[in-house]
Design a protein. Structure first.
Length: 504
């Protein structure tokens, strides 16, 4: 049963209210073992085969903290300009967890490992917006529920549920922003830009692949509205587990319109969790949201406090890579592109591919041209990210090299790329099998030019009379005769030479 939700227009909502957001992002760390036991974190195993007494919550089983998980948390905290706690500890978050066998989550409550930071993000027009970070804390993931027998895959209407505890205990870092104010109508764009920048940062640190489509990074979008001129925040809703950049933006926008409709009609916002629906771009009610004290946190008695030495923290700080925003600004200057162009590259998911293509020998201009042109189109048609295409940056660099050497023109290069994507082999193998090299034999080229001139005497006369632009028709005739395998620039030179005309 679908419930219709009344909305006001986005413009009307922003005319009366100021949005306030809070973003909670869960990042699944790429450690080999779980946060508190030695079980594997590898994906794809048979259900409940990567478990042990500790992650199954058996009586008497004691947890041990994953040192790599702690180091990853510190790396993230430092990259987010946070302070790193000199002493912190874990807590038990008590709640009815059907997918957590011990029925509580080991997390951090009032003593996070990292706190009080910020992340600068760039919006589409190049403007920088600072998002302040409240905390980044360590915790563990829950298991996975599979609801069987219903039409939607949700618990409502299902006949029974299956539980897979392989994911229970996988290390998570939860990154919580301070209330984000002052974004106005750009609040949904800020939300998307923040999650995108955070994803790039996480990947740069090497602590997670942060693939949102695989659940390795999930965002909870908290949103409330304040009447214009008010100082007190409104009641918030929390849209849970949003798993794409586009959906983060859409969820924030929808909730702004929904809140405004409720408030404008004299209604009251219920503090609750909500589910986002990709197909409609809407949210629906989940459950009334508990306050922190309702979770009955208390210190975890089975784990010793975490007290990272200042020397260790500084060693980790010194090992941090160049962070994404600084790197993009450097590359933008090196490549000579605008901020808008760089934003388009980032949105297309092509930045690393272009960098790797340049490292493989291509120049920056051609690397950008192929990844943002022909390959972006191919990825879009296939409905995949560019890095999922069946072509490597090294192969794109080889195509670029063949063009630079004059062995291919752009039309032939597109056919070579098409062949590589189709699984016909390397660029050189595709060139050989399809016979795609540029016609470089001056004799054969000259003969084709003579034939084109003889077949188009009127055009030849115009060129002799000074209308050099008319040469395009003869160039086209030669390109057709050579199946596009001639160098168009050389063909034009030969035409003008044979007609005794000097360009310019």
């Amino acid at each position: 049963m679908t419930t219709t939700i009344d909305l006001v227009s986005y413009e009307d909502a922003l005319a009366s209210y100021d949005p306030v957001m809070g973003l909670e992002v869960h990042v699944e760390l790429g450690t080999n073992t779980k946060m508190f036991c030695g079980c594997s974190t590898a994906l794809g195993a048979e259900p409940n085969t990567q478990t042990c007494p500790t992650c199954l919550g058996m009586p008497g089983a004691l947890p041990v903290v994953n040192a790599t998980g702690v180091e990853s948390a510190i790396r993230i905290g430092l990259a987010l300009n946070c302070e790193i706690a000199e002493w912190c500890r874990f807590a038990r978050k008590n709640y009815f967890y059907p997918d957590m066998p011990k029925n509580f989550q080991t997390s951090q409550y009032d003593e996070p490992i990292a706190f009080n930071g910020y992340l600068d993000v760039q919006l589409e027009d190049g403007e920088t917006f600072r998002v302040e970070i409240e905390r980044a804390h360590m915790e563990e993931d829950t298991g996975k529920s599979l609801h069987v027998g219903g039409a939607t895959g949700r618990i409502h209407g299902a006949s029974h549920s299956l539980l897979d505890y392989n994911r229970a205990g996988i290390p998570l870092i939860e990154i919580v922003t301070k209330p984000i104010t002052g974004a106005g109508e750009r609040a949904p764009e800020v939300a998307r830009a923040y999650v995108r920048e955070l994803r790039e940062l996480i990947r740069a640190l090497g602590v997670s692949e942060a693939r949102m489509e695989q659940g390795q990074m999930r965002c909870d979008v908290n949103l409330s509205l304040m009447p214009k001129g008010a100082e007190r925040f409104g009641t918030r809703s929390e849209t849970k587990n949003v798993n794409s950049l586009r959906s983060v933006e859409r969820a924030a926008r929808f909730e702004i319109q929904r809140h405004a409709a409720v408030l404008s009609s004299g209604g009251t916002i219920v503090q609750e969790t909500r589910h986002f629906h990709e197909d409609t771009g809407s949210t629906t009610s989940g459950r009334v949201k508990e306050e922190a004290e309702d979770y009955r946190y208390f210190p975890e008695p089975d784990l010793v406090p975490v007290a990272p030495s200042r020397e260790w923290v500084e060693e980790i700080r010194a090992s941090l890579p160049e962070l994404p925003l600084a790197r993009r600004n450097r590359l933008r200057e090196e490549w000579g592109v605008s901020g808008t162009d760089m934003q388009a590259i980032l949105n297309a998911g092509a930045l690393e591919l272009i960098v790797q293509t340049i490292e493989a020998g291509a120049d920056a201009t051609s690397a950008r041209k192929w990844w943002m042109g022909e390959l972006a189109r191919s990825a879009n048609e296939a409905g995949v990210a560019p890095d999922r295409l069946a072509i490597t940056p090294a192969q794109v660099a080889r195509v670029s090299e063949l063009v630079a050497k004059g062995e291919l023109n752009d039309k032939l290069a597109r056919q070579v790329i098409e062949g590589v994507l189709a699984g016909e082999g390397t660029p050189d193998e595709v060139v050989d099998r399809r016979g795609l090299k540029v016609v470089s034999d001056e004799g054969a080229l000259g003969a084709a030019v003579d034939e084109a001139i003889a077949g188009n005497p009127g055009v030849a006369d115009k060129i002799r009379g000074g209308k050099v632009a008319a040469a395009g028709a003869l160039v086209g005739a030669v390109m057709k005769a050579t199946r596009g395998q001639a160098d168009a620039a050389r063909v034009k030179e030969l035409i003008l030479e044979k007609l005794g005309v000097t360009e310019g």
